[in-house]
Design a protein around this ligand. Sequence first.
Ligand SMILES: Cc1cc2nc3c(=O)[nH]c(=O)nc-3n(C[C@H](O)[C@H](O)[C@H](O)COP(=O)(O)O)c2cc1C
Length: 179
Amino acid sequence: MSKVKKIILRIAIAIIVICGGITFLIYSVLKNNDQRKAYAETFGSGDKKAFVMYQPSSTDVMKNITDNYVRGLVDAGYTVDVTYPDLEKEYDVSQYDLVSYGSPVYGGKALDIMKKCVEKITNYKDGIQVFLYTTGVDNKEKEMDGFKKAVQYSNVTTQKIYVNSKTKLEEAYEMGAGK
Ligand SMILES: Cc1cc2nc3c(=O)[nH]c(=O)nc-3n(C[C@H](O)[C@H](O)[C@H](O)COP(=O)(O)O)c2cc1C
C-alpha cells in the first residue's frame, strides 16, 4: 500500500472512531431522559415532610448524592418521600414543607424529563422552599436557569455538587442536614 493510501486509511479510521464516539455520547445522554421503572420510598419519621424527585445518571453518581442528601434531611428531622419523575403521574406536593428536584447535567442542561415533570407541579404549600440540586463537572451553573424556569413557584434555591470533589458525599449530606 502506498504512503498516501495509508494516510487516507488512517484518517478514515479516525473519522469513524470520532463519529462513533459522538453518536455513543449523544445516545447515552438521550437515554438518561428515559422514564425509569416506578420508584417511591419513604425515609425517616420526622415531623417535617420533604419530597425529593430525582432522575438517576448513567452511573451511581446521582443516586449516591441523593442517598446522602436524604440521610441529611432525615437527621434534620424530616420524613422524606423519594421518587423518580413519571410523566404520566399527577403529583400533589401540597403537604410538603420542602420540595427538592435533582438532575445530572449534560451539555449544560438539566434533564428534560425532570423539567417536564417539574413544570406540571403547581400546588406548593405557601411559604415553603423549593430546592434544586444538580451534579456535574463544571462550575458554570448555567443549567440552573432552565431548571429554575420549570418550577412554578417563586422561592427557589439551588446547589450544584461537583462530582470530581473528594468531599461530594459529605457535601450532599450537609445539603440535607442544613435544611
Ligand atoms: C456527554 C456528557 C456531557 C456532560 N455535560 C456536562 C455539562 O455540561 N456540565 C457539567 O457540569 N457536567 C457535565 N457532564 C458531567 C456529568 O454531569 C456528571 O458526570 C454527572 O453529573 C454524573 O453523571 P454520570 O453518572 O452520567 O457520569 C457531562 C457528562 C457527559 C457524559
